[in-house]
Write a protein that binds this ligand. Structure first.
Ligand code: ADP
Ligand code: MG
Ligand code: MG
Length: 252
């Protein structure tokens, strides 16, 4: 079973500490949601796990299936089964979407185990159909001129093609209308199972009505300050965050 284990993680951006000791374990079969007010470090957590050079991990540990994630290059993280939507470049001139995904998949499968081209295209077509993505999309250059909604759907397509062990989705709901949100959620839910663990980051509870989490965590000021079930998300939707700040004695 896949396992991403974050222990007392601290990280800084431009010399300022943003993550102040994050603890979280995501295992295969589980969907965890992180919610929280704006500017509390949710995206910083995603970027730090991705290995973004701007985010400096200053202490703590992260392991993926028992191996030190922080020692891995961004490529190695992907090859070891970690998926982050933002991991993949927003635009690569002259590379089609389909070819890009085939290269990424083959890099993950390893030399000598490349997927046959025809098989890849057949599976890609099926996945595109299930995500209601126009098949012409495959031959377009990666992300060039994609609308906001197309980019989000494409991220989910990339994820279903790569079949990661652990995925982190940061605000995949932003800018999506309700129909697009349903399609994206269906795509994510299709991957759910014991071989797949998911961490979704969202500001709003709406997404969690479609991708129902097993665990909900609230991040404030760079830490997870409360964990619960989906009822916690509903409570935050109904009551906002201030009551929790009051309860915890957090001032902003
Ligand atoms: P959230 O995703 O919870 O809204 P972020 O992780 O984006 O919060 O931001 C947390 C804090 O870190 C904010 O104060 C933000 O200004 C700062 N920060 C995040 N990324 C950068 C960056 N690339 N450069 C400078 N400051 C950043
Ligand atoms: Mg934000
Ligand atoms: Mg964010």
């Amino acid at each position: 079973v896949p396992e991403l284990k974050i222990n007392e993680l601290r990280a800084s951006v431009e010399g300022k500490e943003i993550l102040k000791g994050v603890n979280l374990t995501v295992r295969g079969g589980e969907v965890h949601a992180i919610m929280g007010p704006n500017g509390t470090g949710k995206s910083t957590l995603a970027s730090s796990l991705m290995g973004h050079p701007k985010y400096e991990v200053t202490s703590g540990t992260v392991s993926l299936d028992g191996e030190d994630l922080l020692e891995m290059s961004v490529d190695e993280r992907a090859r070891n089964g970690l998926f982050l939507a933002m991991q993949y470049p927003s635009e690569i001139a002259g590379v089609s979407n389909a070819n890009f995904m085939r290269m990424a998949l083959n890099a993950k499968r390893g030399e000598g185990n490349e997927i046959p081209v025809l098989k890849f295209h057949r599976e890609l077509q099926n996945k595109m159909k299930s995500l209601s993505i126009d098949t012409a999309f495959a031959e377009r250059y990666l992300n060039e001129g994609f609308s906001g909604g197309e980019k989000k759907r494409n991220e989910i397509l990339q994820m279903s093609v790569l079949e990661p062990r652990i995925a982190i989705l940061d605000e995949i709901d932003s800018g999506l209308d309700i129909d697009a949100l349903r399609i994206v959620a269906d795509g994510v839910n299709a991957l759910r199972g014991p071989a797949f663990g998911l961490l979704i980051i969202t500001h709003y509870q709406r997404l969690l009505q479609y991708i129902v989490p097993d665990h909900v965590h609230v991040m404030m000021q760079g830490r997870i300050v409360r964990s619960g079930t989906r009822e916690l998300a509903e409570e935050l939707e109904a009551r906002g965050y201030d009551w929790l700040k009051d309860e915890l004695g957090i001032e902003d």
